[in-house]
Write a protein that binds this ligand. Structure first.
Ligand code: HPA
Ligand code: ZN
Length: 326
């Protein structure tokens, strides 16, 4: 049975959200017009109709194309403000949002433009919704190590405002080991470390994320389930997995929501959480993700509370703040 009001009313943290992936088609059109940018779609319906993916790369091609309308600090502010409004309405009281600087610097948009727009929206959301927000700067793994190092250097003036670095984009063929040195440099600067692993990539990529990067949290991690020893290890170390059910469905990581392994993860003792990933592209925000997987897998209130509790335990909030949310 789904429990929509219970789900909305459950205070939760969102730990896996790409802010560029919250760009709704309506805002894409408005920004295209405001910035005089041509987009390859005739209408909002046209954009939504294109959101049919059979693998991660299909989605990424559209995600990077869509991000081209983002040009000014005001654009990044408006993008993030729209996400915070939606998240607050879903009962999100704490969000750790990823941004991909290279998606923008590669187009000639300054790092400063991106981050000042995001930071002003964060300040506004903290005042307006009473929520807390942390920023995760994500490296694009299809680019090389030198590009990631240049991004870390560009972030230097803003490091006080960045909680963690992450690793996203095309997983297959770009294992975590490719970025071991840049993650070590980020760790030395006091940043937390997260990485997408085991979304499309094999369990070995999850092992690399643990052993060669030393991640503090794992994004997705679904394919860990193929390796029972790895599951035991993740459970024993209380590693948080940021699971994204609607993303998994849209990107064919699962064939059907009825086959989603969220309850298998919980039963195995994994600290699984529910997140929206790229809500504008995958058909729903965090509440929709809870509802979809709860209905398909028959989760009860105890499971939902456990998932929301895991979201705070897995956050990068200080211990005292975590305790206040439990
Ligand atoms: N996986 C990998 N890279 C991404 C994603 C994702 O789901 N969303 C945005 N970049
Ligand atoms: Zn993601």
């Amino acid at each position: 049975m789904t429990d929509p009001d219970f789900i909305t009313g459950l205070p939760k943290a969102e730990l896996h959200l790409h802010i560029e992936g919250s760009l709704e088609p309506e805002l894409m059109f408005a920004l295209a017009q405001r910035n005089q940018v041509a987009i390859p779609f005739a209408s909002v319906e046209d954009v939504r109709a294109a959101y049919n993916f059979s693998r991660l790369q299909d989605f990424l091609d559209l995600y990077y194309a869509g991000a081209d309308v983002l040009r000014t600090a005001q654009d990044f502010h408006d993008l993030a403000a729209a996400y915070f409004d939606r998240a607050a309405a879903d009962g999100v009281v704490h969000a750790e949002i990823m941004f991909d600087p290279q998606t923008h610097t590669a187009r000639g948009i300054a790092f400063e433009t991106v981050i000042t727009g995001l930071l002003s929206a964060i300040a506004e959301a903290e005042a307006k919704h009473g929520m807390t927000v942390l920023l995760i700067m994500s490296f694009l793994r299809h680019l090389d190590e030198a590009d990631a190092f240049a991004t870390l250097e560009a972030a230097e003036p803003w490091l006080e405002r960045i909680a963690a670095v992450g690793l996203d984009s095309s997983e297959l063929g770009h294992p975590p080991e490719k970025f071991a040195r840049v993650f070590a440099a980020a760790r030395a600067k006091g940043l937390k470390l997260v990485a997408h692993a085991g979304e499309e990539g094999p369990p070995d990529y999850v092992l690399q994320a643990l052993d060669l990067i030393g991640v503090d949290r794992l994004d997705h991690g679904n394919r860990s389930l193929e390796d029972p020893l790895l599951v035991t290890r993740l459970a024993r170390m209380c590693m948080t997995l940021t699971v994204c059910p609607l993303s998994n469905l849209k990107l064919c990581v699962v064939g059907d929501m009825a086959e989603h392994p969220i309850d298998q993860m919980l039963r195995a003792g994994l600290r699984a959480t529910i997140n929206s990933d790229d809500p504008a592209y995958f058909g729903g925000y965090v509440g929709d993700n809870y509802r979809a997987v709860a209905a398909a897998r028959g989760l009860d209130r105890g499971d939902l509370v456990a998932l929301a509790r895991n979201s705070f335990l897995g956050s990068f909030l200080p211990d005292a703040a975590v305790a206040e949310h439990l």
